[in-house]
Design a protein around this ligand. Structure first.
Ligand code: UD1
Ligand code: CA
Length: 450
């Protein structure tokens, strides 16, 4: 069955009280919109249409950064969810299959749930995703008769009996494309909000003798985010699930509540993640690695057996090979670190390639930025970089080469060579004693004077 996704993301999200469009607020390191797109992507849709309005340019950018094939329809005036979904019609005019409408502010819908909806769509004209809740709040209510969904009534328009219904609308709808846009065209805005409600297509379908039904899922999947408090609650729910999944995957987390995962964090089995570790987007940690306390990782790859931290920072493009050691107060960015190499203390390694079994001494810095351009540092295998070496890039250090502590290395160092680039030491016999005497005399004179 061919599918297309329509993701509604044009609303302002007034209750967020933000300049950023609601769907771009981040959850586990990715905009809410991307979570919805990812859920839908599991259906391998032929088309993904994002309906953008408020902050359309930035919503388009975020959508296409995640999936360059995503189409964007603009809804210039926010007249309601039916009107929003209708904006996708021109982009899907040649598409013949099932359309799934998702909301950009509803990040947790599970792929299996969407598959159940697709299956139900084979025997029903309109399929709505609903959920039972003890606290139905302002959600739309589903009016059912046996297996049949008769209509959806919005909270604002519901009477007391309808408000007592605890089966609610998640917003997710599945319907054949041609029928969907035909039903949307029949929706009016004669209601409390004077909006074109997408849920109204159910009542219209039933009045035409078409069938409609509900697929239900757990309430946790349908959490719609309308405020910062709901965003924080969603983050907590995401983190709780990520930690539980990590345990299942064989990850040891002695203080799980202090470890923060991103939407795409991948961690192998028999890894140890110590307390207070934060994963930004794009991190893969292979089996048997250890991430020690208070480390911050994003956009990086840590291979088997590597040990990172405590207090390490791995940034975009940090590639640690097997058994690498990265110690405290070390920052690594856009750098490949070869097998068994150690960068143990107080260093910055940026835009660099380091070979295998090399030792980088404390306080080493790759001076990669000249104020305008970035330059690379290359270090070979089995090299020894003395403590407090400044490597002024572009520069290369050969295999088995050494640099003296405190050197400022501005030219390439050949394999097997020792480079020392610091002022030679000068020794003046007895001078320390003389200097102390002069200084003490000075102090005594000052104290007499006061
Ligand atoms: C909607 C449903 C409600 C359901 C709830 C679930 C309608 C009328 N109501 O209410 O039945 O229980 O979701 O969370 O559909 N949007 C647009 N353009 C618009 C209006 C909205 O793109 O003109 C987008 C928003 O950006 C948002 C989504 O549609 O992503 C839902 O809109 P929102 O205003 O949050 O609907 P609810 O009032 O939550
Ligand atoms: Ca909502």
């Amino acid at each position: 069955m061919k599918t297309a996704l329509v993701i509604l993301a044009a609303g302002k999200g007034t209750r967020m009280n933000s300049d950023l469009p609601k769907v771009l607020h981040p959850l586990a390191g990715a905009p809410l919109l991307i979570h919805a797109m990812q859920a839908g992507a599991s259906l391998a849709p032929e088309h993904t249409v994002v309906v953008a309005g408020h902050g359309a340019a930035s919503v388009r950018k975020a959508a296409q950064a995640h999936d360059e094939t995503a189409l964007v329809a603009e809804q210039t005036e926010q007249l309601g969810t039916a009107h929003a979904a209708g904006q996708a019609a021109p982009l899907l005019k040649d598409f013949d299959g099932t359309v799934i409408v998702l909301f950009g502010d509803t990040p947790f819908v599970q792929p299996e749930t969407l598959e159940t909806m697709i299956a139900a769509q084979a025997t029903h004209d309109v399929v709505v995703l609903g959920f039972e809740t003890a606290d139905p709040g302002r959600y739309g209510r589903l009016v059912v008769d046996g297996e049949t969904l008769e209509r959806i009534v919005e909270f604002k328009d519901a009477d007391a009996a309808e408000r007592a219904i605890t089966l609610c609308n998640s917003g997710v709808i599945a319907c054949r494309s041609e029928l969907l846009f035909d039903l949307i065209a029949a929706v009016d805005n004669k209601n409390a909000a004077e909006e074109y409600y997408l849920p109204d297509i159910v009542g219209i379908a039933r009045s035409r003798g078409l069938s409609a039904t509900v697929v239900t899922c757990d309430e946790s999947e349908t959490l719609g985010i309308n405020s910062r408090a709901e965003l924080a609650a969603a983050e907590a729910a995401f983190q709780a699930r990520a930690r539980a999944a990590a345990f299942e995957d064989g990850v040891t987390l002695p203080a799980p509540d202090t470890v923060h995962f991103a939407f795409d964090t991948v961690i192998g089995r028999d890894t140890l993640i110590e307390p207070n570790v934060v994963f930004g987007p794009g991190v893969t940690v292979e089996s048997g690695a250890t991430i020690r306390a208070f480390s911050h990782l994003e956009g990086c790859h840590v291979a088997r057996g590597a040990v990172v931290g405590p207090y390490a920072r791995l940034r975009l493009g940090a590639e640690l090979s097997e058994n690498v050691r990265v110690g405290n107060f070390v920052e690594i960015k856009n750098a490949q670190i070869g097998e068994g190499t150690k960068v143990n203390h107080l260093s910055y390694i940026g835009d660099a390639t380091l070979g295998t079994q090399t030792n980088v001494g404390a306080g080493t810095i790759t001076c990669n930025y000249d104020g305008v351009l970035k330059h690379r540092t290359e270090i070979g295998d089995n090299a020894f970089i003395g403590s407090n070496t400044m490597l002024v890039a572009p520069v290369s250090i050969g295999d088995r080469a050494m640099t003296g502590s405190g050197s400022v290395i501005t030219s390439d160092v050949e394999a097997d060579a020792l480079a020392i680039a610091r002022a030679p030491q000068v020794e003046k016999p007895g001078m320390a004693t003389k200097l102390f005497d002069i200084l003490k005399a000075k102090k005594a004179k000052l104290q007499r004077g006061s």
